[in-house]
Design a protein around this ligand. Structure first.
Ligand SMILES: [Cu+2]
Length: 106
């Protein structure tokens, strides 16, 4: 195989990997998830970033089998990959008034 073909193949593999591993970001600031409502495709990773000045937050899924992240500090983040379609409401452990939803489609 010629070097040119190998380079093209490598490029294609890279593109496929990029498409399969999408990450969407949610900011946390002023005690809000921004955007609060997310619609993503299965396989997408959501990364929550704490952009407060001094408050820690968590991401607590309130549905069946719900999980909670550790509390994360300003400048820190937490992420989760959603492999299956479904609706995942969540809140913040220490601040239940904060609400968000991740809707996962095929
Ligand atoms: Cu919070």
């Amino acid at each position: 195989m010629k070097a040119g073909s190998i380079a093209v193949l490598w490029g294609l593999t890279f593109l496929v990997a990029q498409a399969a591993a999408q990450t969407v970001e949610v900011s946390i600031r002023d005690y809000k998830f921004v955007p609060a409502e997310l619609k993503i495709k299965a396989g997408t990773t959501v990364k929550w970033i704490n952009e407060e000045k001094r408050t820690t937050h968590s991401v607590l899924f309130t549905g069946p089998g719900g999980i909670e992240s550790e509390r994360f500090f300003p400048g820190e983040s937490w992420q989760r990959t959603f492999d299956k379609p479904g609706v995942h409401p969540y809140t913040c452990g220490p601040h239940p008034e904060m609400k968000g939803t991740v809707e996962v489609t095929q």
